[in-house]
Write a new protein. Structure first.
Length: 149
């Protein structure tokens, strides 16, 4: 795995099933990416998503390598029994071999994760990547991410 660091964030979502369901329905199939850390309190998650979501599902991170990716993914369906994997692919050739991938954990149908990618790991400044959450060959959520200097 070429991703320099991966940190799974556990959010205190216990007792907020209705809020979870409402967020998942509103953003199903989307990944929201931000340079800011994802809040650790469930009560702040909806506001974080609202502030950072884009209508076209395209995001950009600046400041050059290393790029820290904080994301909240909303799965289109239950994660099932297999692992959920965060996959980085060339946006122009999504069927090509992924540039990188890592297994992530999910709670209900929400994935919250932080990863750091670097030029040394093969990520290129000025390039756009397709970021997907997948189980097997099924895409459960996706977004595009441009890495800038």
């Amino acid at each position: 795995m070429r991703i320099a660091a991966v940190i799974a964030v556990v959010v205190a979502l216990g007792g907020t099933a209705r809020a979870d369901d409402k967020l998942v329905r509103a953003y199903a199939g989307q990944i929201v990416i931000s340079p800011d850390p994802v809040p650790t309190e469930a009560s702040e998650l909806a506001e974080f998503v609202k502030i950072n979501v884009t209508a076209d599902h395209k995001y950009a991170l600046i400041k050059g390598s290393p790029w820290t990716i904080n994301l909240v993914g909303f799965l289109t369906k239950d994660r099932g029994t297999g692992p959920v994997v965060l996959v980085f692919s060339d946006v122009e050739d999504a069927k090509a071999t992924p540039i990188d991938s890592l297994e992530v954990s999910s709670r209900r149908r929400i994935v919250i994760s932080t990863a750091t990618v670097t030029a040394a790991a093969g990520f290129v400044e000025g390039k756009t990547y397709l970021v997907r959450l997948m189980r097997g060959k099924a895409t459960l959520a996706k977004a595009e991410l441009e890495l800038r200097d």
